[in-house]
Every structure is written in structure tokens, then in C-alpha cells.
Design a protein around this ligand. Structure first.
Ligand SMILES: NC(=O)c1ccc[n+]([C@@H]2O[C@H](COP(=O)([O-])OP(=O)(O)OC[C@H]3O[C@@H](n4cnc5c(N)ncnc54)[C@H](OP(=O)(O)O)[C@@H]3O)[C@@H](O)[C@H]2O)c1
Length: 312
């Protein structure tokens, strides 16, 4: 698969093929780098390290060497934002990251999370009790072989624990120098506002992709407030993207895959967008990372946006 054909098409006549004319063109994001928390420059296309564990995000992967290869290749390709969580495996994803990449290259940002426990494969239960969360931070530091975690995200707000108490624990860890920045996951704008009364929040990580835009308001809030927005399942996760024929045809016209088109669409959607596609495959990783090179014209972007909204 090559993007060369796509580039030619982009420079040439693909807009004619794709585009219904419109007077209002979106202004598309062109920045390749975003400063997380205002001080950590990251290339906007990151890597999600959830899929390098065993089935059901449980235990060790069937091919451990391959998982290490995927992580090392991501960094070689210029990825410097890796998302993980203590619950991936559990523990396995963080351990593999340290095994593959420690001592870490300068500028590599590892974003981890805590606040979800794992009763078994495919099962996830929130625990936002302050003492538990403080223990999670300490254990992630050990597994990742770090003195400070650049971005620590509260994986879920625990409905049984007031958010202020959970975040109070993270604030304490930040005060002790164990966390640099704090982010949230699966949150509405009102929840971010409430959290910001406790401590600064630099990012939100919510499920979002070309076909699933339930969290649009959170994205808009992040844009307005200058927070990073890390869409999880940016290429549809377990469910895939289920593209229709029109999206398939649009991808083909760009010499790209639907996954690449979906990632390019995301990256251009907002300057604060930090997609973290996950994979257990070097070939898929290479395909995903090269999507950052695919540039859509405003007309093409708008047409693809509309196609996806109609179910492709
Ligand atoms: N905050 C949260 O609650 C939350 C929840 C879920 C995930 N996350 C984070 O978000 C990251 C991404 O989410 P995700 O893994 O659910 O979804 P995703 O990145 O949208 O999709 C990953 C799936 O797509 C496949 N895939 C990857 N690249 C592909 C390609 N080029 N062509 C075809 N298939 C491809 C992968 O299989 P292969 O392994 O075969 O490539 C995997 O099954 C995770 O790694 C994790 O860091 C966060």
C-alpha cells in the first residue's frame, strides 16, 4: 500500500470525484505537534498500547517478541506519545513498554492511567478510592521505571467515590513530584469543569472516531480550553469502522486504506486531536503512522465527513 498515488490524487482531481460543492469550508488542523499541558511536545499521531497484551486485554501476548517489536518500531517511526494503563493486562502493557524502550529516548511521553480494576478477561470495574489510586501511581512508576509520570489519567470517574476525592489523591501525587500532568477519560465538559476546580487538567481521552461522535461536545470543550483530546478506538476498536461503499471508494481514490482515511480525517478535525490507534502488528502500525502524511483538502474532508455521517 502506498500513499504516493493518494498524494497525486490529492494534488489532482480527487476533489471532483469526491466533492459536492459547498460554500462553507472547514478550517482544518495542520499542526503535526501538540504541546500537552503546554510543555510536552508530542507528535499528534500517538500509539495505544492496549492491544499488545493477551486476548481480552488479559495476560501476556501470544508472541511477546512481536509486542516488543511493535513498541520499538513505533518510536522508530517518530511516535513519541504512547498511551497505556495499569489495567491493560493488567500490568503487562506497562511492563512491556519498559522492557522494549527503557532507558527511554528523550521526549518520549508515556501516558498511563489508573482507576479501573480487572476482575477477569474483558472485565473492567472502577475504583476511585484515594488510597487505591495513590498505590496505583506508585506501582505504575515502578513498572514503567520512571521517577515521574508525564501524563496520569483517571481511567474512569468512580460513581461510588466523589470525583474530588479521587482527584485529590492525584493532586497529592503531583505535589510529591510523581505525576507531571493529569488527564481524564470518558468525561463530559461539566465533569472536566468540576475536576478543574481541584487541579489543572490537560487532556480528555474519550471514545471518538469518524463513525462515533457521541463525545463531540467534549472535543469542542477541549478545543476551546486548549486541552488535548485523545480519541480512543480512533479506528473503531473491536467494532471496526464498518465503512460503506462510498468511504471504501474514497479511500481507494486516495491510494489509502479506510483506516488511514479515518485517521487523516481525525487529525485534520482539530489541532488538539491526539489519536492513539492500537495494534499488535508492525504492518498495521506502519500503515497507521503513515496516515499522518495523508492530507485532505477542505472539500475532501467535508465530503468524507458527510459520507461517514450517512454511514459511508
Ligand atoms: N480510555 C479508555 O477507556 C480506553 C478504552 C479503550 C482503549 N483505550 C486506548 O485507546 C487505544 C486505541 O483503542 P482500541 O485499541 O480500542 O481501538 P483502535 O485503535 O481503534 O483499534 C484497534 C483494533 O484495530 C485493529 N487495527 C489496527 N490497525 C489496523 C489497520 N491498519 N488495519 C486493520 N485493522 C487494524 C487492531 O487489530 P490488530 O492488532 O490486528 O492490528 C485492533 O483490533 C488503546 O490502545 C488504548 O491505549 C482507552
Amino acid at each position: 500500500m502506498s500513499l504516493a498515488t493518494g498524494a497525486t490524487l490529492l494534488a489532482g482531481g480527487s476533489a471532483t470525484m469526491l466533492g459536492a460543492a459547498s460554500s462553507t469550508m472547514p478550517s482544518l488542523a495542520t499542526n503535526s505537534v501538540w504541546k500537552l499541558g503546554g510543555d510536552l511536545p508530542v507528535n499528534r499521531l500517538g500509539f495505544g498500547a492496549m492491544r499488545i497484551t493477551g486476548d481480552g486485554i488479559w495476560g501476556w501476548p501470544p508472541d511477546r517478541d512481536n509486542a516488543l517489536k511493535v513498541l520499538r518500531r513505533a518510536v522508530e517511526l517518530g511516535v513519541n506519545l504512547i498511551d497505556t494503563a495499569d489495567s491493560y493486562g493488567p500490568e503487562v502493557s506497562e511492563l512491556l513498554i519498559a522492557e522494549a524502550l527503557h532507558p527511554y529516548p528523550a521526549g518520549l511521553v508515556i501516558a498511563t492511567k489508573g482507576g479501573l480494576t480487572r476482575p477477569g478477561p474483558g472485565q473492567w470495574e472502577p475504583n476511585g478510592r484515594p488510597e487505591y489510586l495513590k498505590g496505583c501511581v506508585e506501582k505504575s512508576l515502578k513498572r514503567l521505571r520512571l521517577e515521574r509520570i508525564d501524563l496520569y489519567q483517571l481511567h474512569r470517574i468512580d460513581p461510588k467515590v466523589p470525583m474530588e476525592e479521587s482527584l485529590g489523591a492525584l493532586k497529592e501525587m503531583q505535589g510529591a513530584g510523581k505525576i507531571r500532568h493529569v488527564g481524564l477519560s470518558e468525561v463530559a465538559p461539566e465533569e472536566i469543569e468540576r475536576a478543574r476546580k481541584v487541579l489543572p487538567i490537560v487532556s480528555a481521552q474519550n471514545r471518538y472516531n469518524i463513525g462515533e461522535r457521541k463525545w463531540e461536545k467534549t472535543l469542542v470543550y477541549c478545543e476551546k480550553e486548549g486541552l488535548g483530546f485523545m480519541p480512543w478506538s480512533p479506528i473503531g476498536g473491536n467494532r471496526g469502522l464498518k465503512p460503506g461503499d462510498a468511504l471504501e471508494a474514497a479511500a481507494k481514490a486516495h491510494g489509502a486504506s479506510v483506516v488511514q482515511l479515518a485517521l487523516a480525517w481525525l487529525l485534520q478535525r482539530s489541532p488538539v486531536m491526539l489519536p492513539i490507534p492500537g495494534t499488535s502488528s508492525v504492518a498495521h502500525l506502519e500503515e497507521n503512522v503513515s496516515a499522518a502524511k495523508l492530507k485532505l483538502t477542505p472539500q475532501e474532508w467535508k465530503t468524507i465527513d458527510a459520507l461517514a455521517a450517512q454511514g459511508g
